[in-house]
Design a protein around this ligand. Structure first.
Ligand code: PSV
Ligand code: MN
Length: 399
């Protein structure tokens, strides 16, 4: 392999993955949820769990917060930042909630209902204040906006309302802020979603201003979409803001990244490394974030497994022999070119990662070390008692 291990280690040092606060709470499908004794109920408990994942993996220093789920009545943003610090992490992206309130029945920013748009505007202003209080400059927007039936609303009018709101929020946010605009083809809207794909997100970002970038949630594509090509284009246009990591088989399934198609994740990482190494693109500001809420797996183990899997696939992408690949491409030798990718993908990088972890001062096998720690059993007992004292039945603040 042309890439030496020191270079891979350097890339791994820079590959930080943000954990979602909501991934530590009880969650479910619309058919029900299976509660876990160790699930977190409060932002304090979620940050404690995130701190544990960071402790064993040494690559998850920030935690995404979902404003209405985490900043419930009585939760102070400055104090929350201090709690995060106590657990060895800090607050990362701020996720406004523009979908849960009854007022959003016909959408938020794109709604024909003036009071829904105003409600959304006030909430985003609160989110900007929270961002300032916790010293985060990353705002991550996902809109459930859309319509269920042809004719329900005017599509161009909806586009213009959304665009006006984003421009306003762009201008209201701090100069050094980044606003990530996530797209999703369907759900909860079933006929037309207002930010349905990367092209629509791109147009909204361009119209709003330079602080806006596209967010690629890996689970938010129609079957067969070529996500790595979208990623390559967005990087080349300097419009890729970040990722929400997860995997899918059918829809937005929230499965563990790479559990269904690890080669697809590898191909995304390969495009990122190609953009950086072959085309000199700055990929240092891409925000890598997990967006998974596990209904069946234990929460912390699911996160550790995701992080380890992402690191392995990223390391494999670093190993692609890009000189050999360029030669094969120049010679139009398709078989040799594809083999460059396959050779890297099938390389066992686990010993390399074990070595990287040793250098970071963490256990070579984070999952085994975490399991041996007894943390889950301990917090399960504590949290059951905590919930019993308050008459709470499940550790969920994920809607
Ligand atoms: C919507 O499906 C989404 O991907 C958005 O990022 C939300 O913030 C998140 O899921 C909630 O889990
Ligand atoms: Mn997402």
């Amino acid at each position: 392999m042309a890439t030496d291990r020191e270079q891979v280690f350097k890339h791994l040092d820079e590959f930080k993955i943000e954990l979602p606060s909501w991934g530590f709470a009880d969650t479910g499908t619309r058919f029900g949820k299976f509660v876990q004794a160790a699930a977190a109920s409060t932002i304090d408990q979620k940050l404690a769990d995130a701190g544990v994942v960071n402790k064993y993996t040494a690559c998850c220093p920030t935690v995404a917060v979902h404003v209405l789920w985490d900043f419930t009545v009585g939760v102070n943003a400055t104090e929350t930042a201090a709690i995060a610090k106590k657990y060895g992490v800090s607050i990362g992206s701020i996720n406004p909630n523009l979908f849960q309130d009854q007022v959003y029945k016909f959408g938020s920013a794109a709604s024909p209902n003036e009071s829904a748009r105003q409600h959304a505007h006030r909430h985003v202003q609160d989110c900007i204040s929270i961002g300032k209080a916790v010293a985060s400059r990353l705002y991550s927007f996902w809109f459930a906006d859309g319509i269920n039936y042809p004719g329900q609303d005017d599509l161009i009018a909806r586009k213009r309302r959304m665009s006006a709101a984003l421009r306003q929020w762009h201008d209201a946010s701090p100069a050094d802020a980044t606003l990530l605009i996530e797209y999703k083809p369907f759900e909860p809207a079933f006929y037309a979603t207002d930010v349905a794909d990367w092209g629509m997100s791109y147009v909204f970002c361009k119209e709003a201003g330079p602080k806006c970038k596209v967010l690629v949630d890996t689970g938010h594509h129609l079957p067969g979409a070529n996500i790595e090509q979208i990623v390559a284009w967005l990087i080349d246009e300097q419009m890729l803001g970040g990722f929400h990591f997860n995997d899918r088989k059918y829809a937005d399934d929230d499965l563990t990244l790479g559990s269904i198609d690890p080669y697809a994740v590898f191909r995304i990482f390969h495009e990122i490394r190609t953009a950086a190494e072959v085309h000199g693109k700055d990929v240092s500001k891409i925000a890598y974030m997990i967006d998974q809420s596990h209904n069946l797996k234990p929460k912390i183990e699911a996160m550790i497994q995701t992080v380890m899997g992402a690191q392995e696939l990223y390391a494999k992408a670093c190993l692609v022999d890009r000189r050999k690949l360029a030669d094969a491409q120049a010679a139009m030798d398709i078989v040799a070119a594809e083999s460059c990718l396959k050779d890297a993908f099938f390389t066992d990088v686990r010993p390399l990662l074990a070595e990287w972890r040793k250098r970071k001062g963490v256990d070579a096998d984070p999952m085994a070390a975490y399991r041996a720690s007894g943390y889950e059993a301990r917090v399960a007992t504590e949290r059951e008692a905590w919930r019993a004292a308050r008459g709470v039945t499940s550790g969920g603040s994920y809607a």
